[in-house]
Design a protein around this ligand. Structure first.
Ligand code: PLP
Length: 284
């Protein structure tokens, strides 16, 4: 495997950043994950647009010019022979002697890796659906920034795993569902309306979420952006999560209680099916 680290393509096993990188010391950095499917990088311009926003919000400079990053992503995907899988990129504020305030004159660090995934395994997961465990929201209020500070997400997803679930849902103090540890949360009402929380309110604006709005429009489905409670989700016709790597993934149980008949819903599966046609495909 090959990784890109600060201007060099190096063997994955020999890919290092310095111990005083601020990503390592302060989680002072941001990231993106793009799906690679059938030899295309999915929705790359949208991911780079969100990266730009994350960097701007944290006053981190672009590590390379914006036009160069797609070339690096493609090159890492190509050198790793990934036709289906993901490409990961991380930008940190860079290496400097440890100090909380922004160091002067530090160059941001850029790391890019790519990994193969088995599309048949993903299809099988979608056929079975996944289980969700709810946990109280305990993250900071800037989760709209795709920061590498993910310790609450790590702990929540570990707790979910120990409970036999594959995703954790953060629940707001008012009882509404915020989002997953690494995904956005959706329900489909008895009337067939898609419901997902407004992205202005304490969640990450998922790229898959945005593209699913277009998929839903194409399928003639209505979307309501509003909060929903765990009780409403448990009583919904269908429930699913979205992220770059899971697309639209059916949820069949919440806190051990089955959703509807406990099987993946047909609307979710049709959204999943139509997704790739609608998404922007950049040749890798
Ligand atoms: N919410 C959180 C907290 C995430 O970490 C992610 C992705 O990893 C998402 C939502 C979904 O975002 P996207 O569709 O861009 O992958």
């Amino acid at each position: 495997r090959i990784a890109y680290v600060n201007g060099r393509y190096v063997a994955h096993a020999d890919a290092f950043v310095h111990i005083e990188d601020r990503g390592y010391q302060f989680a002072d950095g941001v990231y993106e994950v793009c799906e690679v499917a059938r030899g295309f990088i999915v929705d790359m311009p949208r991911h780079l647009g969100r990266l730009n926003r994350s960097l701007t919000e944290l006053s981190i400079d672009w590590p390379v010019t914006r036009g160069v990053l797609p070339i690096i992503l493609r090159e890492v995907v190509r050198r790793n022979h990934v036709t289906d899988g993901l490409v990961y990129l991380q930008v940190t504020r860079g290496v400097a002697s440890r100090d909380f305030v922004f160091p002067a004159g530090t160059k941001p660090s850029l790391v890019v890796t790519a990994r193969k995934a088995d599309p048949a395994a993903a299809a099988k997961r979608a056929e079975g659906g996944i289980k969700v465990l709810t946990v109280p929201e305990n993250r900071w209020d800037r989760v709209d920034i795709k920061s590498v500070g993910l310790l609450p997400n790590v702990l929540a997803k570990q707790k979910a795993k120990e409970a036999g679930a594959q995703e954790a849902w953060f629940i707001d103090a008012d009882g509404t569902v915020k989002e997953g540890g690494s995904s956005n949360a959706w329900i489909i009402t008895r009337d067939g309306v898609l419901v997902t929380r407004p992205a202005e309110h304490g969640i990450l604006r998922g790229i898959t979420r945005t593209t699913l709005f277009e998929v839903a429009a194409k399928l003639g489905l209505k979307i309501e952006e509003r909060g929903f409670s765990v009780a409403e989700a448990k009583a919904a016709r269908e429930v699913f999560i979205s992220s770059a790597t899971t697309i639209a993934m059916p949820v069949v149980a919440i806190d051990g209680a089955p959703v509807a008949n406990g099987h993946p819903g047909s609307i979710t599966l049709s959204l999943r099916q139509a997704f790739f046609d609608v998404a922007e495909k950049s040749p890798a």
